[in-house]
Design a protein around this ligand. Structure first.
Ligand SMILES: [Fe+2]
Length: 228
């Protein structure tokens, strides 16, 4: 039977991307963006959004699904060296898919509320933990600009301590690699493919302008779920 006929679709947790069950393997596919590629201009160009989504994000998905199938085969054969060898590809590509799925949700056009500061309990928590929204933005921009090479800067929640944290991760490492209790609220991709056609080498300008299209709705929903 063709693999495609065995596929069923369902949403991943928190609506991040789409997973498919293929002979028991939960493979993933590219989630649609909730806005047009050009809708974030001039903060982020449509050309970059299209390339970033269709090429870069799709590549993580393709490689993750491939690694997952190889892992499945290796496990069935009891081929432990191959199981170990695949861990790096799985971490990198699964992280790439998950991180980008959050990133797309953290953005929205200005006319849809992009750039409006968070309201409600998350807004209060930011003031409590960082002093002000401006102080948080300055901290994220400074730590994001200091990431060497590819990586991410995050606003996360330590769900046990109920504390907001700013963290960075290298490459496509998800936030949970910095602590098992950390939940991502807001992630900003600081790898150059997020801005290179537009901002060239000037990452601080990208970080300054991205706030004009940041959507706090997702972050607020996750925060309120974890800290009711
Ligand atoms: Fe990216």
């Amino acid at each position: 039977m063709a693999l495609r006929t065995l596929i069923t679709r369902k949403s991943l947790g928190l609506g991040l991307g789409v997973s498919q069950s293929v002979r028991g393997l939960q493979t993933v596919s590219l989630p649609d963006l909730p806005y047009d590629y050009g809708a974030l201009e001039p903060a982020i160009s449509g050309e970059i959004m299209k390339l970033h989504h269709q090429k870069h994000h799709q590549t993580y998905i393709t490689n993750y699904n491939k690694a997952l199938e190889q892992l499945h085969e290796a496990m069935e054969k009891g081929d432990s060296p191959t199981v170990v060898k695949l861990q790096g590809a799985i971490k990198f590509n699964s992280g790439g898919h998950g991180n980008h799925s959050i990133f797309w949700k953290n953005l929205t056009p200005v006319h849809e509320g992009g750039g409006e500061p968070p309201k409600g309990s998350l807004g209060w928590a930011i003031d409590t933990h960082f002093g002000s929204m401006e102080a948080l933005v300055a901290k994220i921009n400074s730590e994001g600009a200091a990431v060497q090479g590819s990586g991410w800067v995050w606003l996360g929640l330590d769900k046990d301590l109920k504390k907001l944290v700013v963290e960075t991760t290298a490459n496509q490492d998800p936030l949970v690699t910095k602590g098992p209790n950390l939940v991502p609220l807001l992630g900003i991709d600081v790898w150059e493919h997020a801005y290179y056609l537009q901002y060239r080498n000037v990452r601080p300008d990208y970080l300054k302008n991205v706030w004009k299209v940041i959507d706090w709705k997702y972050a607020s929903e996750v925060y309120e779920k974890e800290c009711p």
